[in-house]
Design a protein. Structure first.
Length: 403
């Protein structure tokens, strides 16, 4: 099974994540009872806690209403202790307790780094409210109910909003320092907008960071079984909901993900293009090709296409721009199904001489084959005076005879 967390439009907060799980099927009454059972640890007096179905931008979703009284200032040590005691008191699973501890640890750690104060003594203000305990304990409880721990989690890019946000120390631009610290190093991708307010909260970011998610730009291959929507607290110009999707992974998923780079040029010389594919492969590309076409005003043009690992895309795009003078490179992500492959070497005897050659063996769906490295065929041809195709055929006969 796979769980997709999709904060691309409305971002993520703790209550949005919790409510998305309730909409997916977790028991609202049970989750509410568990939160209230440890309400004395919240640091504030909870006067109202309700889960109800609401609409945001025309989308039906679950929302949370929480009201509390009292000050919101606690140390990091106090918050960690409260979350740990609450998880233990409720008898949550080991995975749920570890998740809750990770959430509050990420939250406290971010505040510590932002303010330059040790974690145990850093004073939390917004993050010290009763809603933080409700969000984290509620989410851990709901994940237990749904059996989500241990499943693969994929997170889409996180919308973080724009503009500024007011907090206990004044005004800061979005995303705030705590959110950035929490997501730093997790692999999460953030995007500004939509709108001009905060969309990703520190508690929401800490949940994303604690899910152990893969971060991707597109959904994995899956068969959808359940969908949940968690409502943000306000109406917006867009559906203010966090979407989560759960389903069965495709039985035979593609083996890997690659980036595909493309750019079209009509003013580059043939000499410059001739060696470009080899230079790109030498620079880390998995494959490269130059394809002829017809561009604007009927001019002959060339489509340069490069396949590479996602981590190499930026560097290779820069190289394309430098080598061709193109003004832009299109980048897309594709799934790639790969045959199993193995590099082998052999010593062959041709025209009375011995040559060491390399060849690549591939197998897919029970079909096996091999391909001789072209450079070796060319070398044998040059040293024997044979045509390249004849040299390749001779090498193949030798390899087949050794099998």
């Amino acid at each position: 099974m796979v769980l997709v967390v999709d904060p691309q439009v409305a971002g993520v907060s703790g209550d949005m994540f919790l409510c998305s799980l309730l909409d997916m099927g977790a028991d609202p009454g049970r989750v509410r009872s568990r939160i209230l059972e440890c309400a004395d640890l919240a640091g504030q007096r909870i006067t109202r806690l309700e889960f109800a179905r609401v609409r945001r931008g025309g989308v039906s979703a679950f929302g949370m209403e929480l009201e509390a009284e009292g000050p919101t200032s606690r140390t990091g040590a106090s918050m960690r202790g409260a979350i740990g005691e609450a998880a233990g008191r409720l008898g949550l699973s080991g995975d749920a307790r570890a998740f809750a501890a990770s959430c509050i640890g990420a939250l406290v750690g971010s505040e510590s780094r932002v303010h330059g104060v040790p974690e145990d003594s850093v004073h939390l203000h917004e993050a010290a409210g009763a809603d933080t305990l409700a969000d984290i304990i509620g989410a851990a409880s709901a994940m237990d109910d749904l059996g989500l721990f241990g499943e693969r989690v994929v997170c889409m890019p996180v919308a973080v909003g724009a503009g500024t946000v007011e907090f206990s120390h004044g005004v800061m631009s979005n995303p705030g320092g705590a959110v950035l610290e929490i997501l730093r190093g997790t692999g999460a991708v953030i995007r500004g907008g939509p709108g001009g307010s905060e969309l990703a909260t520190p508690t929401g970011a800490s949940i994303i960071a604690s899910l152990g998610a893969e971060h991707a730009a597109s959904y994995p291959a899956m068969r959808v079984e359940a969908v949940g929507y968690g409502a943000g607290r306000a109406e917006a110009a867009f559906p203010n909901v966090l979407k989560v999707v759960r389903g069965a992974e495709e039985a035979a998923p593609p083996a890997g993900r690659v980036s595909v780079l493309e750019t079209s040029v009509d003013d580059v010389t043939g000499e410059a293009l001739g060696g470009l594919p080899d230079r790109l492969v030498d620079g880390g590309a998995l494959d490269a090709a130059v394809l002829p076409g017809t561009g604007k005003r009927g001019r002959p043009s060339w489509l340069i296409r490069v396949v590479c690992r996602p981590g190499d895309a930026a560097g290779l795009a820069g190289r394309l721009i430098r080598e061709t003078g193109t003004l832009g490179v299109r980048v897309s992500v594709s799934e790639r199904i790969e045959a199993a492959r193995e590099e082998r070497r052999a010593t062959v005897r041709i025209s009375g001489r011995s040559f060491d050659v390399s060849y690549k063996v591939s197998e897919f769906g029970g079909v096996r084959g091999y391909k001789i490295q072209f450079d070796d065929s060319r070398r044998v041809a040059a040293e024997t005076g044979m045509a390249v195709r004849d040299a390749e055929a001779a090498i193949r006969r030798c390899i087949d005879g050794q099998a």
